[in-house]
Design a protein. Structure first.
Length: 209
């Protein structure tokens, strides 16, 4: 069964408050999302395997640890997911980045895939699907299905905020996918937006309406 991790670190929560604030402008919003993504990446990679190596320091030789080579893939859901990628890559610069393009049909609220480009070896990678908002769960669900259909075996989902409805969709559809969040909000409104939420993440990241 999926595990849901709400990352309540004080720095994450403080920055999330500024992200939610309607008076936070595009530049600051983008910087804050980048910073929260980096802080979340610290937690989401906590279980990466390490191996012991011998390192020569300026003083002596020491037994130390380094990552044991598990490959990471970052899969932002376009377009809003792009706002979180650089923050994660600051901690994992060797990660390869794929992209899944989805938009939500305004009538049915169901996701429509219009673009997908992935690393050729996704079956060997620990994939982190990235989207700031987990609302109805439709986009994330569809993106994860697309990855699995193409051979993905290890997938995690990383979002800033989620509605309980979206969390339940992922848990039901993908019991093997753990979910990492900065907050679970109250509900969805009649238009499928998260309440209290933070507005449209894509518009606020890129200054569009």
């Amino acid at each position: 069964m999926s595990k849901v991790f709400v990352l309540d670190h004080p720095l994450i929560q403080h920055k999330l408050t500024r992200i939610r604030d309607k008076n936070t402008g595009t530049k600051e919003f983008r910087e804050l999302v980048d910073e929260v993504a980096m802080l979340m990446a610290f937690e989401i990679t906590r279980d990466l395997p390490v191996t012991e190596v011998e390192t020569e320091t300026p003083v002596t030789t020491a037994k130390t640890k380094e990552l044991s080579g598990k490959k990471i893939g970052l899969i932002p859901i376009l377009r809003a997911g792009l706002g979180m990628v650089d923050g994660v890559r600051k901690l994992i610069p060797a990660a390869k980045v794929g992209h899944v393009g989805l938009y939500r049909d305004p009538e049915t609220l169901k996701p429509v895939e219009y673009y997908i480009k992935l690393p050729s070896d996704i079956s060997e990678r620990e994939l982190i699907v990235i989207d700031p908002m987990l609302a109805t769960g439709g986009s994330a669900n569809d993106a994860i299905h697309s990855l699995k259909k193409r051979g993905a075996k290890h997938v995690k989902l990383m979002c800033l905020i989620a509605a309980p409805e979206g969390v339940e969709v992922i848990k039901e559809e993908h019991p093997d996918v753990d979910i990492y969040l900065a907050a679970i909000d109250e509900k969805l409104d009649e238009n499928g937006y998260i309440v209290p939420g933070l507005g449209d993440a894509g518009d606020r990241l890129f200054g569009t309406k």
